[in-house]
Design a protein around this ligand. Structure first.
Ligand code: SF4
Length: 314
């Protein structure tokens, strides 16, 4: 079994949005301010707004330095992973320290829910790219899709994004997750368009379901729907996010890791948490292999209770 040397660093992971991305996970699985119906990591177990250190910042820097010394090429160092990275109160300090260590640009993947807070804004300002998400503008659909912590208000979150745009000199790539029958049409989509236009992101990136979600009743939209939205949202630079599906597109592809995944799944069905524990790799890295193995019909997924299991095709 392949065991990762690092607790907080994973990858590099190939990313359509960020190229070769070296991930930093500074939040325990699965700690988040949301419990989105489409979350591919499973249900949020710690739904919180509490900012804490969560992991030791010195360990993160040390692991990053060691990891970078073994890598030839990285496009972005990306804060992402098992939950909401802005919940880590040392995020700003880590970004500043990483800037002393390397010239590689720093990206932060966030659900944007805490960007109304001044301490979070200050933490994010030194990063090069911020990738927040915004899936709904009405309270009703915000609650339905993102199932947020009870103290979060969508109006406050939108206000935070608008304010951040005014103050942030870097790039903002806003992700919008489209869920069939919920935010794929009507007034919500029009209102979303108006708000996104005001936020004025450098890119608006449309996404939809590609893996089994937390809530099995949630369905993806067809590519045609995403294309129609893209064509209708004039004056906004819209892109559709497509998933990496080919083995040769995986940066630093490891045959050993692929074999380990196939081998363990062939013995018994496993969920993503099992695979993270068994391989010592981060879930985002494992998902890239799962995508390829599913496309090649070597494994398939099955929902049992509230968990997604990967099963070997024998
Ligand atoms: S914000 Fe991200 S990590 Fe949190 S529940 Fe939603 S999809 Fe999952």
């Amino acid at each position: 079994m392949t065991i990762s040397r690092y607790k907080t660093i994973f990858g590099p992971v190939p990313s359509r949005r960020l190229g070769v991305s070296l991930g930093i996970d500074i939040i325990p699985f699965k700690t988040c301010t949301y419990n989105c119906v489409y979350c591919e990591c499973g249900a949020t177990t710690d739904l919180t707004l509490e900012r804490k250190p969560y992991v030791d910042a010195e360990t993160v820097l040390l692991e990053l330095e060691q990891s970078l010394s073994n890598l030839d090429h990285v496009d972005y160092i990306t804060f992402s992973g098992s939950g909401e990275p802005t919940l880590n109160m040392d995020l700003g300090r880590m970004i500043v320290d990483i800037k002393q260590l390397t010239k590689i640009p720093i990206a932060v993947l966030t659900n944007g829910s805490l960007m109304y807070r001044e301490d979070v804004v200050r933490d994010l300002l030194p990063a090069d790219v911020i990738l927040p998400s915004l899936d709904a503008v009405s309270t009703k659909l915000f609650s339905r899709i993102n199932r947020p912590h009870s103290k979060l208000k969508i109006s406050q979150i939108i206000g935070g994004l608008l304010n951040f745009r005014q103050r942030y000199p870097g790039k903002i790539w806003l992700e919008i997750f489209i869920v069939k029958g919920i935010n794929d049409g009507g007034d919500e989509l029009n209102n979303l368009y108006c708000v996104i236009k005001k936020i004025n992101p450098d890119r608006a990136q449309l996404n939809s379901l590609d893996r089994p979600p937390t809530d099995s009743s949630v369905k993806p939209v067809d590519m045609k729907v995403l294309e129609n939205i893209k064509n209708g949202w004039v004056d906004i630079p819209v892109e559709i996010i497509k998933r990496i599906r080919k083995r040769e597109e995986i940066a630093a592809f490891s045959k050993n890791l692929e074999n380990s995944i196939i081998d363990t799944i062939s013995r018994r069905p496993l969920n993503i948490e099992d695979l993270v524990q068994l391989t010592g790799k981060n879930k985002l890295e494992i998902f890239k292999y799962i995508d390829v193995l599913e496309r090649e019909k070597k494994i398939y997924s099955e929902i049992v209770g509230d968990k997604i299991y990967y099963v070997s095709v024998k």
